[in-house]
Write a protein that binds this ligand. Structure first.
Ligand code: 13P
Ligand code: SF4
Length: 305
């Protein structure tokens, strides 16, 4: 039986829904029931009536779905799909850091572990970080983790002082500035769109900065016909589908590779999705006391979004 036919048959038998992030391989994007950025995926996970969520993204995203949906079975195609930002903040070091700033309000980017979420006052994503920071009373000191580049971008946007955790996304920090300049010279009509996980040396050239969903929406609504894309190139598949007849140029990384892909996101495959639904594993499991602690800052974020 053809792979996709097999996947759809299993999906029906298990009453499963397939949620996928835009950085997934095109073949996975094409079979997903819902595609979105981290915020939209968390919101969708909360709304689904399916018994099983097959989460095609990385570990912290599937964990978020489980925190919000304890009664559902949350499966991942590959449990090894991690994230350099989440890995940069181990729970023990994060706890020490938070304790060294007593009284600070702790805002954590959703790209972190359940343990880190449980020690945070509120969660944010790239699409609501500015709003979340602005919701904090002006005289309240803030700790922001784990992405220092997103943090620096939000400091610039809000004018708020924040103590930043020293974490980065391994994909967004290796775009070549030289290649950005080359592409801008080669395509003078193109607008540069960037994810806020990029460092300032890339963001300084951006015409628009936003989450994956807002970058996609911008390419659809903009009058421009060409875009230089400073984020993981998986999103270009949706841009080509939805902003038809427009051109998209991925930026090479510092090694000269023009496909600056997230190695974690790309661990997932159609074959592993089928195996996950067949075997009902790997499954995301979270101890209930930890889940309840992590739920509080996540729900605060969802209320504000
Ligand atoms: P978005 O929430 O913008 O999709 O970002 C998720 C991510 O991991 C970006 O690297
Ligand atoms: Fe994590 Fe970066 Fe991959 Fe997103 S692109 S999952 S932030 S390593």
């Amino acid at each position: 039986m053809d792979l996709i036919e097999k996947l759809y048959k299993l999906k029906k038998e298990r009453n499963a829904v397939i949620l996928a992030h835009y950085y997934q391989d095109n073949s996975i994007q094409d079979v997903a029931d819902f595609l979105g950025d981290s915020l939209a995926l968390a919101q969708k996970a909360k709304q689904t009536n399916a018994d099983v969520i097959l989460f095609c993204g990385v570990h912290f995203m599937a964990e978020t779905a489980k925190i919000l949906n304890p009664a559902k079975i949350v499966l991942m195609p590959d449990l090894n799909a991690g994230c350099s930002l989440a890995d940069s903040a181990p729970a023990d070091k994060f706890e020490k850091w938070v304790k060294s700033y007593p009284g600070n309000y702790v805002i954590s980017y959703i790209n972190c572990s359940t343990h880190v979420k449980a020690m945070s006052d509120i969660i944010c994503t790239s699409s609501n970080a500015e709003k979340i920071v602005n919701s904090v009373p002006i005289n309240q000191n803030i700790c922001f983790a784990p992405d220092k580049h997103l943090g620096a971008h939000i400091i610039k946007k809000t004018g708020r002082k924040m103590v930043l955790w020293d974490g980065t996304c391994q994909v967004h920090i290796i775009f070549s500035e030289l290649e950005v300049i080359n592409l801008m010279n080669k395509h003078p009509e193109a607008l540069l769109i960037a994810h806020p996980e990029c460092p300032e040396n890339i963001l300084q050239y951006a015409d628009f900065i936003g989450s994956t969903t807002s970058l996609l929406n911008y390419t659809i609504s903009s009058d421009a016909n060409e875009f230089i894309v400073a984020t993981e190139p998986g999103i270009i598949h949706q841009m080509e589908k939805k902003a038809t007849n427009k051109k998209f140029y991925p930026i090479p990384n510092l090694d000269g590779c023009s496909c600056n892909e997230c190695p974690h996101m790309k661990l997932n495959t159609l074959e592993k999705m089928i195996a996950a639904l067949e075997n009902m594993k790997p499954e995301i499991l979270i101890p209930e006391d930890l889940r309840l602690k992590a739920l509080i800052p996540l729900e605060r974020m969802l209320e504000l979004s």
